[in-house]
Design a protein. Structure first.
Length: 436
């Protein structure tokens, strides 16, 4: 059977899509790059906020309208947890609905179907849209125990449930055997890993096992750490293991303690400062990414100014900023004193201007330093002041898809690690040339 997967949402959904593809590949099914060429189209949905829910529904409707005779339309992912039956009732073209992590269920469903099973893909089938990449996501757990008022992940995915370490090691080895050069650990809260299995502070031990299991993978990267769960042991383990990058993503969401209390997030600012100090003392070159929400209901000018001051003080390497977007099933959607949309946009712009100023200073300090660059792709075209003879890559400071890039002079293949010297800094990106 020929299948095509449409993936919406975050990196955790990308990891789920990869698992679905592996299950179908084991059944001798073949991925195609266009939905019109597929016997089955699978939509891996996102339902985190109302805007992403709308995008998922619109995508399903478009694929339903274009559905050909005999083609199967399957819907999976986050949105189905709360609205699966509703979707199937309102869009009759949907043939089956599966939950966020039920990739095995999709595989079993495919086995019940009658369309022609192809032992080898025919020559006229386009190449798969998903080609081998230098980086891959490894989802170590799903679900969440945190009570954040703006989030409905616990409603969609339930409480924390961690994948056993043995299974993660096996998956990491599979990725390494496929040529992956960077494994990015993702979860709703990666630092809560193992708590449901009766383990405390289990992420450092998992890192040790992964580091030993796939020494040929130069980078293991941690995303989505929770502020109160980053421990000194984690920092020391990251610093000690040679293939764990000195990088961490810690979504803080805000800095004003009053806003954080309304969000039901950790609200001790001293704890956050101590945590960042612990990380930086263990790894002086660590790159720290965070994200913030502006315009949360009731956010005052003073609370926003406190957030701006905190961003200046902490000098994060990378900052993402989102305007508050209500999810109708979340408690925050019903909070009083909503912030005007134009005020949200203005605050987002102001915060990102401050973050850019910090980024410019940090990038200037990189000029003249030597770094390893992981090549991701060839140049898409000429850039003013840089030229055309360069490829696109990343340093350890940058996570895939969300952070900056390194424009590396010369011709190199995706997946190459190239020792390079930084020659120029841009607002978010660097320009480098190979050493020697």
């Amino acid at each position: 059977m020929r299948y095509h997967i449409v993936t919406l949402g975050c990196a955790k959904n990308v990891a789920d899509t990869e698992r679905i593809a592996r299950v179908l590949g084991e059944g001798s099914h073949h991925e195609v790059s266009e939905p019109g060429s597929a016997d089955m189209v699978i939509v891996n949905t996102c339902g985190f906020i109302d805007a992403s829910k709308e995008e998922s529904v619109n995508t399903i409707l478009e694929l339903a309208a274009a559905k050909s005779d005999g083609q199967q339309l399957v819907v999976a992912g986050c949105l189905t947890a709360l609205h699966g039956a509703e979707l199937q009732a309102e869009i009759p073209q949907i043939d089956a609905v599966f939950g966020a992590e039920d990739w095995a269920g999709i595989g079993s469903y495919v086995q019940t179907l009658e369309p022609v099973r192809l032992e080898e893909p025919p020559l006229d089938i386009p190449e798969p849209a998903r080609t081998p990449r230098p980086s891959a996501y490894l989802k170590i757990s799903d679900g969440c125990n945190a009570p954040c008022t703006f989030c409905i992940i616990p409603k969609m995915k339930g409480k924390l449930h961690s994948t056993p370490a043995d299974a993660l090691v096996a998956e990491a080895r599979l990725l390494a055997a496929g040529g992956v050069r960077e494994i990015v650990l993702v979860a709703q809260d990666s630092t809560d890993y193992g708590r449901d299995l009766g383990l405390r502070d289990a992420l450092p031990e998992l890192l040790e096992r992964l580091s030993d299991a796939v020494p040929e993978v130069p980078w293991l990267r941690i995303m989505y750490a929770y502020p109160g769960h980053v421990t000194a042991r984690l920092a020391q383990t990251m610093a000690r293991l040679p293939n764990v990058t000195p990088y961490i993503d810690i979504p803080l969401q805000h800095a004003a303690e009053s806003v954080l209390r309304r969000m039901k997030r950790p609200s001790n600012k001293r704890m956050v400062r101590d945590m960042l100090d612990t990380l930086r003392q263990a790894m002086p070159d660590i790159s720290i990414r965070t994200t913030f929400i502006v315009g949360y209901p009731g956010e005052t000018d003073d609370e926003f100014e406190e957030l701006l001051g905190f961003v200046r003080e902490m000098a994060f390497d990378h900052v993402g900023c989102f305007t508050f977007s209500p999810q109708s099933e979340s408690p925050a959607a019903h909070e009083p004193n909503p912030v005007l949309e134009r005020v949200k946009k203005r605050r987002q712009r102001q915060l990102m201007e401050v973050a850019q100023q910090v980024s410019i200073i940090k990038n200037r300090a990189m000029v003249g330093r030597e770094i390893d660059v992981l090549v991701e792709s060839m140049s898409a075209g000429p850039m003013e002041g840089i030229g055309t003879d360069f490829v696109v890559g990343r340093s350890y400071r940058d996570a895939p898809e969300v952070d900056g890039l390194v424009l590396l002079r010369g011709t190199h293949a995706p997946g190459d690690f190239v020792r390079s010297r930084v020659t120029q800094s841009l607002a978010y990106d660097l320009v480098a040339e190979p050493v020697g």
